[in-house]
Design a protein around this ligand. Structure first.
Ligand code: ADP
Length: 239
């Protein structure tokens, strides 16, 4: 194929490596309630990410130290399968997974009506089967569906999406390749109804204008993803 320099310029300016527009998320699929034994569950695919979430509870906290007299406690475990990345990942927690587990619980907590279940615990297990960039956001999005599937009373869903900067451009939902090559990656989680932000991280440098553009774009991405969350729950439970 021969393309002229002008054509090359317009293609390279418009498109990302995988051909997406700057404000386009990767193909997304969410299913609710796919595990029999868990109280709630979900399965999510976003581009090359494949993530399974299981929720248990609310149930009485066995460990007394964990109990709160006035509310339930949410615990999250984010885990990457050894076969989820190019080179085999050493099984077990590491610094990254401990951090992601913590920020995931913090991102989900504001949506949950925890006061209804004193002395209880809610466990959220996020298993990354295949990873291709943006797994913390995809995990939060999937966990919210699994919590709803478990019948957990919630003020709203929680939905997450990253925006970032690649080749000087603000783009939505970075792939692993874009995350590696790019200048910045900014995961955001919100409660879609009032747009309360429950997670905001940033890896890389953005000017204030770029930050504002990225935040707007991430919120737009979240709202798109929220529609897919709702569709997944509708398919399982009807209107
Ligand atoms: P996130 O998945 O939320 O974007 P990071 O920015 O830390 O989190 O990771 C970006 C991507 O790098 C991951 O989605 C995954 O595809 C890849 N990755 C993370 N940890 C490893 C690892 N131990 N080995 C290989 N690839 C990894």
């Amino acid at each position: 194929i021969i393309i002229t320099p002008d054509e090359f310029k317009s293609v390279s300016e418009a498109a990302r490596e995988d051909g997406r527009a700057p404000d386009e998320i990767r193909p997304l699929k969410i299913e609710a309630g796919i595990l029999e034994r868990a109280d709630g569950s979900s399965y999510l695919e976003l581009g090359g990410n494949k993530i399974l979430v299981a929720v248990y509870g609310p149930r009485e906290a066995q460990i007394k130290k964990l109990q709160r007299p006035d509310r339930a406690v949410i615990r999250c475990r984010y885990n990457m399968a050894p076969f989820s990345v190019e080179e085999r990942k050493r099984p077990g927690p590491d610094r990254r997974s401990v951090e992601i587990s913590k920020i995931t619980a913090e991102a989900l907590r504001p949506a949950l009506i925890l006061e209804k279940f004193p002395r209880s615990v809610i466990d959220v297990f996020i298993e990354v089967l295949e990873a291709e960039g943006g797994t913390r956001c995809a995990g939060i999005t999937a966990a919210s569906v699994a919590l709803a599937d478990a019948g957990m009373p919630m003020k709203d869903m929680v939905v997450a999406c990253a925006a970032g900067k690649v080749n000087g451009k603000i783009v939505l939902d970075l792939s692993e390749e874009e995350d590696k090559r790019g200048e910045a990656d900014m995961p955001v989680a919100i409660l879609p109804r009032n747009k309360e932000i429950t997670l905001l991280q940033s890896d890389g440098n953005l000017t204030q204008e770029e930050f504002e553009e990225a935040l707007d774009l991430a919120i737009k991405g979240c709202l798109k993803i929220n529609k897919v969350q709702k569709e997944a729950l509708k398919r399982k439970y009807g209107e």
